[in-house]
Design a protein around this ligand. Structure first.
Ligand code: TRP
Length: 459
């Protein structure tokens, strides 16, 4: 497909927000956020995560939008154009590599959601207790073939959409479907919060116990801020290039960030009261949502239908995210190497799917095999989320803060001086300091903290 078509961009304000929010809101909010919150001890982790979102995530999103809209290109091309041939393009390149790693395991979990639609249709959970539901999950993900088939089905859907460039259709649909997901989550919240013993879950989420937070937890919170907002990988650069010149980039980034954060917190509120009420281990890992929510559905009149809809919507939320990941790779191959869009799509999706297979097998047949002491799944996730994405975000922050002239940034953020509102001007001032100093320094501190660089000083 020609570049001209893509560069037409999003047609309306709400269209941009829906597309960028579609990318941001996905498994990260509903599957990953709850389980890493559980693994890292709850409220204290959430507070650090919220600080990372505000001080690092939001400014980096503004920075990525700025890069993309200014350059009107894919992630690598954008850095190359604005960085006038300097080494900055490596930042875009890093993003393409990260995209391969993330989508490899993202596709596996998204495959699980499809299976859960089928479980729900078959009314599989209704007569089951906690132990049985968790056994069902454990049994399914450890099978050698079936989860891979669902992964392939999901990746086929993803490729299909990127292949035909019908993102617009999907985005139009998600404008209706995602609010529906929000309604379902709210209903789940109400039911979960009224379960016996729900308050323990509420406290777990909102009463910080700092002793439970480790250096790893802080790094995970940072990594997740990038993951959930689709940052540090070129996605928001690519999407920024589709945003019309008259839109306000700062306020767009703000809306997307708020929507993403609200959904994550509401998902946590649906899950943790149930975790405590049903006696599930909060640190149960990637299965947490899949083991907990079916039990909440069991407690709701009409839970049978809600469960079907919920997992369908979750699969669709994953799809609007996965297309944005694959799009980074395809836009790069298409624009930089002039590889035909369908060849690029199929080639990239095939390689990514193959890369994902060991992460699936790691839950069963290959559970003994480790990389850096982690199973394949965690190794991919930790490498991408906790290292490559913060690094990619750091590059974006340094590039916008120091690599290009501030006049250019200001011109882009004010739409060439058109936007003169007080709020916008103040926001740009705050942005200037955050992107130049606070965000880069914060990322570096977290990296050093994790490496134990401060132990010597503190001890
Ligand atoms: N943000 C998505 C989620 O929360 C996942 C995602 C989409 C992503 N595009 C990304 C993560 C780019 C990192 C980078 O599910």
């Amino acid at each position: 497909m020609s570049n001209e078509v893509k560069r037409d961009g999003f047609g309306s304000k709400i269209g941009i927000i829906a597309a960028a929010a579609g990318s941001a809101i996905g498994l990260g909010n509903i599957w990953k956020f709850p389980y890493i919150t559980g693994e890292n001890g709850g409220a204290a982790f959430i507070l650090v995560y919220l600080i990372c979102i505000a001080l690092i995530g939001l400014p980096v999103m503004v920075a990525e939008f700025t890069i993309g809209r200014r350059a009107q290109k894919n992630a690598v091309g954008s850095y190359r154009t604005l960085g006038s041939g300097g080494p900055w393009f490596l930042g875009g390149f890093l993003g393409v590599i990260t995209a391969f790693i993330i989508l490899a395991y993202y596709g596996v979990v998204a495959g699980w959601t499809i299976k859960y639609v089928i479980f729900s249709l078959g009314n599989n959970f209704s007569a089951m207790n906690t132990g049985e539901i968790s056994e069902l999950f454990g049994d399914f993900i450890s099978r050698p073939v079936e989860p891979i088939i669902y992964q392939i089905i999901f990746m086929a859907f993803t490729s299909f959409i990127v292949f035909f460039g019908i993102k617009t259709g999907i985005e139009r649909a998600s404008k209706i479907l995602m609010p529906l997901l929000l309604v379902l989550i709210l209903l789940l919240d109400i039911r979960a919060l009224t379960l016996p013993g729900a308050s323990a879950g509420f406290n777990f989420l909102f009463k910080p116990e700092w002793s439970r937070l480790s250096a790893t937890g802080v790094l995970e919170a940072l990594g997740h801020a990038f993951f959930t907002l689709s940052l540090g990988m070129g996605t928001m650069i690519t999407y920024g290039s589709y945003i019309r010149k008259k839109e306000n980039l700062v306020s767009t980034a703000f809306s997307v960030t708020i929507a993403d954060t609200v959904i994550a917190l509401l998902a946590g509120l649906a899950i943790f009261p149930a975790v405590f009420s049903f006696g599930v281990e909060p640190g149960a890992g990637p299965g947490l949502v899949f083991v907990t929510l079916p039990q909440v559905f069991n407690q709701i009149t009409g839970g049978y239908f809600m469960s079907i809809f919920f997992f369908i919507l979750l699969a669709l939320a994953a799809l609007t995210s996965s297309i944005s990941i694959l799009e980074v790779v395809v836009a790069y191959l298409d624009e930089e190497f002039k590889i035909k869009r369908h060849v690029a799509t199929i080639g990239a999706a095939a390689v990514i799917t193959l890369m994902g297979i060991p992460t699936s097998l790691g839950f069963g047949k290959m559970s003994g095999v480790t990389l850096f002491g982690y199973n394949f799944f965690d190794a991919y996730d930790k490498l991408a989320s906790n290292f490559l994405m913060p690094l990619g975000g750091l590059v974006a922050a340094l590039f916008v803060g120091w690599g290009i002239k501030w006049d250019i940034v200001e011109d882009e953020l004010t739409n060439g001086g058109e936007l003169k509102g007080k709020v916008t001007l103040v926001a740009i001032k705050i942005f200037k300091h955050t992107i130049r100093f606070i965000a880069p320094v914060a990322v570096l501190i977290v990296f050093l903290y994790k490496l134990g660089a401060f132990n010597a000083i503190i001890a």
